[in-house]
Design a protein around this ligand. Structure first.
Ligand code: CA
Length: 162
């Protein structure tokens, strides 16, 4: 007498994961994945403490660079981003500004959307993480232009008194 072993139908033996069946479901799945990636990228952002940032700027050789002190750089970065590397500002002209120094996508980096000179040869999204050496290198190019640090204030009302 043989023993009957119940066979599990093949389709039931697979893990019960939702699989995209239609284009709409596939797009939904992809968009969810992109959101997760963006959230992961955001985890790498950082709001710098004043002294922590000052040390980084000093180490990168900004003290005295083109005549500006670390205090000048701190003042500018605080005015632009509040020391938050994840900060993005969208301008009325369609360009956007990225990171702790709010570098503009029309000139300094490429964001995949705005036509850009991309003078720093970088992806704008690299300006949103906690690693600011590349941001500093790009900011050195900005401040080396004719207008110096005032390049950051031409669209604004001047320095934030706070
Ligand atoms: Ca960076």
């Amino acid at each position: 007498m043989s023993i009957h072993i119940p066979q599990i139908p093949y389709h039931q033996s697979l893990p019960d994961l939702p699989k995209p069946q239609t284009l709409g479901e596939a797009l939904y799945w992809v968009s969810g994945t992109i959101v997760v990636i963006l959230m992961a990228a955001n985890v790498e952002a950082k709001i710098y403490e004043r002294c922590d940032l000052a040390k980084k700027l000093e180490a990168a050789g900004l003290n005295g660079f083109k005549g500006y002190t670390i205090g000048d750089w701190l003042c500018m970065a605080h005015y632009e981003s509040g020391f938050d590397t994840s900060f993005v500002n969208h301008n009325p002209d369609g360009s956007s500004e990225y990171g702790i120094f709010q570098l503009n996508s029309a000139w300094w980096c490429y964001n995949g959307v705005t036509p850009s000179e991309n003078l720093c040869h970088m992806d704008c999204h690299e300006l949103l993480n906690r690693h600011i050496l590349d941001d500093i290198m790009c900011a050195k190019k900005v401040v080396s232009s004719e207008s110096g640090m005032s390049a950051w204030y031409v669209h604004g009302d001047g320095l934030d008194p706070g």
